[in-house]
Ligand binder design. Structure first.
Ligand code: NAD
Length: 436
């Protein structure tokens, strides 16, 4: 194959979700002709109207509309066709873990099958989805070869470049985070790196193999999970010892070799609690990775035990969870600690209520909780409150409307206990914050 990266101007982005649509819109505003492919016809229709179906991603609506007007971005539900007319194929559909924490490839397998049916010789395929190391070549490269007859590294270029951005800052991160890129061979690495340099204007970290690129992303997530677990373990111990963990963290982190994370009542979202299984399921089942998952998931039970310590048995009690989302100011329920809290409260006979301004009442009910608006008169019937995700609206809560509440458990150490102190309501954070 001969490389002429300048001639690679037609891009297919397979998967137009939060990440894929943002990438497609950024590429389309940087002189590439982009066809987005998605199995969801509503997503395809909205993109073809110049509308973003993703909310709360600053700058995205504007980029989608502009690319639509410039005719550089269109969408289709026919991935085969989108791939057939493109030189560069970016794959960004999810690989998940299922209920038993096994790797769930259903979306990727389908996408790769379609790509294999449409791919032309000399195309560049870049997988951005977070994957268990080895999968780009040995699962997906192999599958493309089986279906298309084209050999990766010989008949088409193959690269991996994991996405590491943070929801609500994606456009900013795409430009400002270095892009990690690995290729099946030098030519694939060069072509993919040239593309990102041009399309995103970002710095590049070129790594020596596909596996290194894949591994680096999973390792980032494991690092976060393990360090949060360490913070949680230390915080629980600090409570036993009557020590304020926030003070410990700030004192310890005052030299450059310590980076203690913040404790909290659990880790959620579609990255940190999921990707550790990409190691665990592939052989790293003993040690810190597995243990950290357990420690972080056990924080929900720990939170409930703190409520019980203050209020006695929670059977028959009304407990309000603030925040269904896994973190503040983002609408994302995947693996949220709220879901663990709801099911464990139900098991103990308590009545879980949930407030989350980002979800409708119907959506909250789907997760087995009763929705509660903060101006509802039933606020007076709550026996305890657990802060799970600190949405901006929660900085203004009037706690005097909760006269029956015995404990505010601040699972994210976000409230100012002096500002919220009400007669009869105890306040506790995680790690004795507010306990002294
Ligand atoms: N969201 C984040 O903050 C984030 C951060 C870092 C990395 N990532 C990576 O990006 C991946 C995608 O994340 P997302 O937030 O965009 O997901 P998402 O759920 O918002 O979107 C996925 C999209 O893929 C589409 N899709 C599923 N199967 C398909 C198929 N076979 N063909 C075409 N389209 C298909 C879905 O309809 C959906 O629109 C993640 O799995 C992860 O690997 C995401």
């Amino acid at each position: 194959m001969t490389i002429q990266s300048q001639s690679y101007s037609n891009v297919a982005v397979v998967g137009l979700g939060k990440l894929g649509l943002t990438l497609a819109a950024v590429f389309a505003n940087n002189r590439y002709n982009v066809t987005g492919a998605d199995i969801n016809k509503d997503v395809v229709a909205s993109v073809n109207r110049g509308e973003s179906h993703i909310q709360n991603e600053p700058g995205l609506n504007h980029l989608v509309l502009k690319a639509h007007k410039d005719k550089t971005l269109s969408a289709t539900a026919d991935t085969v066709e989108a791939v057939a007319k493109s030189d560069i194929i970016i794959v960004i559909v999810p690989v998940l873990v299922d209920e038993q924490d096994n790797t769930d490839y259903q979306y990727m397998d389908l996408a790769i099958e379609d790509i294999a049916k449409g791919i032309k010789k000399d195309s560049l395929v870049i997988i951005e989805t977070t994957l268990p190391p080895g999968d780009t070549e040995h699962r997906f490269g192999k599958k493309i070869e089986e279906v298309s007859g084209l050999k990766p590294g010989e008949d088409f270029y193959l690269a991996n470049s994991p996405e590491r951005v943070y929801s609500s800052q994606i456009i900013h991160n795409l430009k400002n985070y270095p892009k990690v890129v690995g290729g099946i061979n030098k030519e694939s690495l060069k072509l993919a790196s040239d593309f990102y340099k041009q399309a995103l204007g970002c710095d590049l970290i070129k790594v020596s193999s596909l596996e290194t690129a894949e591994f680096s992303k999973v390792a980032e997530c494991v690092y976060r999970d393990v360090n949060i677990a360490l913070a949680n373990e230390l915080a629980v111990f600090a409570e036993e010892k009557g020590v304020n963990m926030a003070e410990v963290i700030s004192a310890s982190n005052s030299q450059p070799y310590s980076n203690l994370h913040s404790p909290g009542i659990g880790v959620g979202g579609h990255c940190i609690p999921i990707y550790p299984y990409f190691f665990i399921n592939k052989g790293l089942s003993d040690g810190l990775t597995t243990l950290s998952r357990e420690i972080n998931d056990n924080m929900a039970a720990y939170a409930i035990s703190k409520v019980e310590k203050q209020a006695g048995s929670i059977e028959g009690k009304n407990i309000l969870i603030l925040g269904l989302s896994y973190r503040g100011n983002v609408k994302e329920p995947t693996k949220s600690t709220a879901l663990l809290l709801i099911s464990q409260m139900r098991d103990k006979g308590a009545q879980p209520f949930v407030n989350d301004p980002l979800f409708s009442d119907r959506e909250i009910r789907q997760y087995g909780a009763t929705p509660l608006s903060l101006d509802d008169t039933r606020c007076s019937e709550m026996d305890a409150i657990i802060l799970q995700a600190f949405h901006q609206e929660y900085s203004m809560i009037d706690f005097s409307q909760f006269p029956r509440c015995q404990l505010i458990l601040d699972g994210r150490n976000k409230f100012n206990k002096n500002e919220i102190s009400q007669p009869g309501i105890a306040y506790e954070g995680i790690g004795n914050e507010g306990g002294l």
